[in-house]
Write a protein that binds this ligand. Structure first.
Ligand code: NAD
Length: 260
């Protein structure tokens, strides 16, 4: 079923660590051409590029630096990707993060802007600049192209203490997809969300062992998810063979932490 991923040109934002890196590795193993991204080509990015490249054809894996909180860098990322690969078949909006914690009475404009730019503006602007290429991809193939965004369980349940804006930014993302379905299904572009529960990545680096155990106890499987357990859902939505008639959906990958 996943054989149509071979040769697909896939841009994955925020993919030098955690969930995005695991998705990149799986997609390259399926024969896809992949660009990974983070803010800068630092040691972490270099290691990620080596790791992903080793799984496929070296020419088919690139790293593109771009700070996606800035619209101009979102545009630059899409331009560099399409210049290298001659188009785009699949976009994965994965860049994002907590962006800090602040209770309602301590939220100021800078905090609000930072969290929304990181999670909402980044996906909005990368998608905006990608649409012409995704439209062309679908027209050329006679099948569908695909946008997949990483949502969150927080979008459904409101987020942890101090993470209200983060949770709202992911709810924003879940909802804006519904609008894009209305506008772009005529162009054969699909929009789906992979919505993780609590996944063991740097995202949770600020948590004590005690808090981790408490959270694990709230998950039906009794443990955090692993990034590798998220990756197949991205492959599913990237593949026309698997999900060509699925759009506007949210796939909750959360070990039974919540059953919406
Ligand atoms: P992570 O911190 O391990 O990875 C985040 C990636 O995004 C890194 O590659 C980082 O360099 C990149 N990044 C951060 N800011 C960026 C920017 N401004 N521009 C470009 N790249 C940037 O985190 P993760 O847990 O793998 O998170 C990936 C996605 O999953 C995020 O959107 C996050 O909100 C979402 N998510 C995570 C969890 C979880 O429990 N880990 C749960 C739900 C949703």
């Amino acid at each position: 079923m996943f054989s149509d991923l071979a040769g697909k040109r896939i841009l994955i934002t925020g993919s030098t660590a955690g969930i995005g890196l695991a998705a990149a590795k799986l997609l390259v193993k399926q024969g896809a051409k992949v660009a990974i991204n983070s803010r800068a080509l630092n040691d972490v990015a270099k290691a990620a590029l080596n790791e992903v490249s080793a799984l496929g054809n070296q020419d088919d894996v690139i790293f593109i630096p771009a700070d996606l909180t800035k619209t101009s860098e979102c545009e630059k990322l899409v331009n560099e990707f399409t210049a290298k690969f001659g188009g785009m078949d699949v976009l994965i909006n994965n860049a994002g993060g907590l962006g800090g914690r602040a209770s309602l009475e301590l939220i100021d404009d800078d905090f609000y802007d930072h969290v929304m730019d990181l999670n909402a503006r980044s996906a909005l602007m990368v998608t905006k600049y990608s649409i012409p290429f995704l439209r062309a991809s679908a027209a050329e193939s006679g099948k569908t192209s695909s946008v997949i965004s990483t949502g969150s369980i927080a979008a459904r349940e409101g987020g942890g203490m101090g993470a209200g804006i983060y949770a709202a930014s992911k709810a924003w993302l879940h909802n804006v997809h519904r609008n894009w379905v209305k506008e772009y299904t005529k162009d054969q572009i699909r929009f789906n969300i992979v919505s993780p529960g609590t996944v063991d990545t740097l995202f949770h680096a600020d948590k004590s062992e005690e808090l981790r155990e408490k959270i694990a106890g709230s998950i039906a499987f009794g443990r955090f998810g692993e990034s590798e357990e998220m990756a197949p859902s991205f492959a599913f939505f990237a593949s026309h063979n698997c999900s060509g008639y699925i759009t506007g959906q949210i796939m909750d990958v959360n070990g039974g932490q919540m059953c919406p």
